[in-house]
Design a protein around this ligand. Structure first.
Ligand code: F3S
Length: 424
């Protein structure tokens, strides 16, 4: 592998043992993938690994040992320096201001507090979100990144035209200290062209259908690269966010193109790199409807006890829309509605008065965490509803609740009545 003089000096230990270990890891990772060289990254989304297991490890050995073992793959405890490039933390296991109220174990709470303090001391940005691009870490076109979290990766590649593979805890940790990642995969232009064309033969009128469309395309495309044609309307930013998150959940989509709407391909030819698509798939309204039915095959009872919004983390606009839909009404006492946001959005909700309105309606706004990563649900929750196809995909297996999927309006009406009455 070709290394620059600076990279060789790092590899020789000139910038300390931790950065040496970090670049060793990145070189090994790149060698395994036949990467010709490394490239500098503008930012990293990663941070500590939060789980019950890593909590026990931290309690026994401390934070530097934890970072060494889980972020650098080093059994030797290293003194961890500050990060070399802007590094945002991804989702945590709790909102530390509400841990007790949402049933988070005291030990996990303390671990997350300690993790945040440690991350700050190491120069990381404690955004604790899967939407760093909607918080304070905004990628630009063509930038190389080392990001974790599938929904963040597909958004960075597709909506922003930045370049990142889906990194792991170890590789993102090593990139945060070395400032490098191997030049392979989606960092290379030739690997970013679409392989499969999806022609949409109906007019998407509902924001719900962007998640459904992403879910269906992900199922078919798997790890291939879709280009979506035939769209009649420009999707909003939040619709693109839902589309990508769903496609990454049901398949392994890391980048998609929508000619005219996403920045890397103004035309179908550009999206395909002037190649022929390997396959052209036609999507009709019926296909979307059957995806809806599959996500909603949840047995007889329509009684709901948990409404989950904010997957991916909600934006300020989505919160504003939620407040509009609630229209001053309180949710049913028979259920809980938890809405997940980044801390930055929560602060803006406080300023705009949305937090107070949601509280009055009985809605809980939670920052820094989510139902899936935090494994969070009200005690005894059995049946949930969400407007996120990604959440509907994961919630039943992670939190062991059944889950309906539908439009935000349907979720709000279910929150008021306690019953799911969503229809396609
Ligand atoms: Fe984000 Fe959690 Fe959904 S990480 S994309 S809110 S499952």
């Amino acid at each position: 592998m070709n290394l620059t003089d600076y990279e060789r000096r790092m590899l020789d230990g000139e910038f300390g043992a931790a950065r040496q270990k970090a670049i060793e890891f990145i070189v090994e990772y790149g060698t395994a993938l036949n990467a010709p060289c490394l490239i500098p990254v503008s930012s990293v989304a990663g941070g500590l690994e939060y789980s019950a297991f890593t909590r026990d490890f931290y309690e026994k050995y401390g934070m530097d040992a934890l970072f060494s073992e889980f972020n650098l793959n080093s059994s030797e405890e290293l003194e961890i320096p500050v990060v070399s490039v802007p590094t945002a933390t991804t989702i945590s296991l709790t909102d530390v201001t509400q841990s007790e109220a949402i049933g988070v174990d005291r030990g996990i709470h303390d671990f997350c507090v300690a993790g945040e303090e440690y991350s700050k001391a190491k120069g990381m940005q404690c955004l604790s979100t899967c939407v760093p691009y909607q918080s304070l870490l905004i990628p630009t076109f063509g930038e190389h990144l080392a990001w974790m979290e599938s929904s963040a990766v597909v958004a960075a590649n597709s909506i922003f035209g930045a370049r990142t593979n889906t990194e792991s805890i170890e590789s993102s940790g090593a990139s945060s200290l070395s400032g490098r990642t191997p030049y392979w995969g989606l960092h290379c232009l030739e690997n970013r062209y679409a392989t499969h064309e999806f022609q949409i033969n109906y007019e998407i009128e509902h924001d719900r259908d962007w998640g459904l469309l992403g879910y269906l395309i992900g199922e078919i495309a798997q790890e291939n690269i879709p280009v979506v044609t035939g769209l009649k309307h420009r999707p909003t930013f939040d619709e693109l966010k839902h589309f990508g998150a769903a496609s990454a959940a049901s398949g392994g989509v890391e980048i998609y193109h929508m000619p005219g709407f996403t920045p890397e391909a103004h035309t179908l030819g550009m999206a395909l790199g002037e190649n022929e698509p390997q396959e052209t798939i036609h999507i009709s309204k019926k296909d979307i409807e059957s995806t809806y039915m599959r996500l909603n095959s949840q047995g007889e009872s329509s009684d709901i006890d948990y409404i989950v919004l904010g997957c991916p983390h909600y934006s300020l606009n989505q919160i504003k829309e939620l407040v509009r839909l609630l229209n001053g009404r309180a949710i049913s006492a028979s259920l809980e509605m938890w809405v997940y946001v980044p801390y930055t959005t929560k602060s803006m909700c406080d300023r705009q008065g949305y937090s107070q309105e949601l509280k009055k309606a009985g809605v809980r706004l939670l920052a820094d965490t989510c139902a899936v990563v935090g494994n969070l649900a009200p005690t005894n929750a059995r049946k949930a509803a969400t407007n996120s196809a990604k959440m509907a995909h994961y919630l039943p297996s992670v939190v062991d609740v059944q889950c309906f999927f539908g439009a935000t309006e349907d979720c709000v009406e279910a929150a008021i009545s306690g019953k799911w009455e969503g229809v396609f």
